[in-house]
Design a protein around this ligand. Structure first.
Ligand SMILES: Nc1ncnc2c1ncn2[C@@H]1O[C@H](COP(=O)(O)OP(=O)(O)OP(=O)(O)O)[C@@H](O)[C@H]1O
Length: 304
């Protein structure tokens, strides 16, 4: 038997179907889309050259959704160039990069704009605008991507993001020159979080911080990843950071990613750089510190 046709309901269905079709189109920028695939970042066969200098040659890497991936390598091995390639600030000579399943290296640049508002970046040193207050710095990406947003709402979002990074409310009105190094990093992080990103890029976030400040920043990074469900691409030279918060570590050497895995997995490889890095005096000290902290945790748990 045929269903009775309700013209009004039919119209509604058509309207909904139209809307759904528009949002289902992969070419449309969907502001509230969340990536559900396994690898938010996929790099394949990357080549980067500056004149005669080959920085990357056939570099490949996949980042898992929800992980904190530490990226290490000697100075000048191309960690920052890799990050810049992924976020579209460096055009590679060859290779393919996808972020959230969309090509960064090919296709319509407008499409990349639709992906760019889904990541946040903390550059080395914070890269804050010195003539803007912390709050105004956080508002920069909001104004860029959501120019019609209500001004009071924008101030409120900026205030919230600043406080999310552990800075007091009074920091909102301060200029970068009035902040300590650690506070600048947090302010830069607040700006990186302005657009509620799914993906966070951190370039040497603990460089220049004292050990206590660095440990606090590590805890903040892990806490934000856990609370907000972020994926974190973290370039660092800080062995304590690797041991404390990174799920996996990617090692850059010989112009490519030579290994990626947990630290115990990396220790099983016999690459001389990896061996020297993790088994050298600093590597041993970081491991001992991690083991001490774990044994303290265990004895506290047993005593409780
Ligand atoms: N715009 C550029 N023009 C020319 N050469 C560049 C440019 N950007 C980077 N390079 C070169 O590429 C190489 C890799 O640089 P990159 O900054 O990625 O290294 P890195 O691994 O991040 O180093 P560090 O650990 O010291 O920060 C370096 O030799 C650098 O001089």
């Amino acid at each position: 038997m045929e269903e009775p046709v309700d013209e009004q309901a039919g119209d509604e269905r058509i309207e909904l179907a139209d809307g759904a079709a528009e949002f289902g189109d992969p070419d449309v920028n969907r502001p509230f889309e969340r990536f559900r695939g396994e690898h938010p970042i996929v790099v394949e066969g990357l080549v980067n050259k500056f004149g005669d200098q080959v920085v990357h040659e056939n570099l490949s890497l996949k980042v898992n959704r929800g992980e904190i991936l530490g990226v290490v390598g000697g100075s000048g091995t191309g960690k920052s160039v890799l990050m810049r390639s992924i976020i579209g600030l460096q055009t590679p000579d060859e290779g393919h990069i996808e972020v959230f399943g969309r090509s960064i290296t090919e296709g319509d640049p407008e499409d990349v704009v639709g992906v760019r508002n889904r990541w946040g970046v903390l550059f080395q040193g914070g890269a804050l605008f010195s003539t803007l207050t912390v709050g105004e710095n956080v508002e920069v990406p909001l104004k860029q991507f959501y120019p019609d947003i209500d001004i009071d709402l924008m101030h409120e979002i900026a205030r919230y993001k600043v406080m999310l990074t552990g800075l007091g409310e009074e920091a909102v009105a301060k200029y970068p020159s009035e902040l300590s190094g650690g506070m600048k990093k947090r302010a830069g992080l607040a700006r990186a979080l302005a657009l509620d990103p799914e993906l966070l890029f951190l370039d040497e976030p603990t460089a220049g911080l004292d050990p206590i400040g660095a440990a606090a920043f590590d805890r903040l990074t892990r806490g934000l990843r856990d609370a907000l469900g972020l994926t974190v691409f973290l370039i660092t030279h800080d062995l304590d950071t690797l041991y404390e918060i990174c799920d996996r570590v990617a090692v850059l050497a010989d112009k490519r990613v030579i290994a990626v895995g947990t630290i115990p997995e990396l220790l099983e490889t016999d690459h001389p750089w990896i061996d020297e890095y993790f088994n050298g005096p600093r590597g041993r000290a970081a491991r001992a510190s991690k083991e001490r902290a774990e044994s303290l945790d265990n004895s506290t748990a047993r005593g409780a």
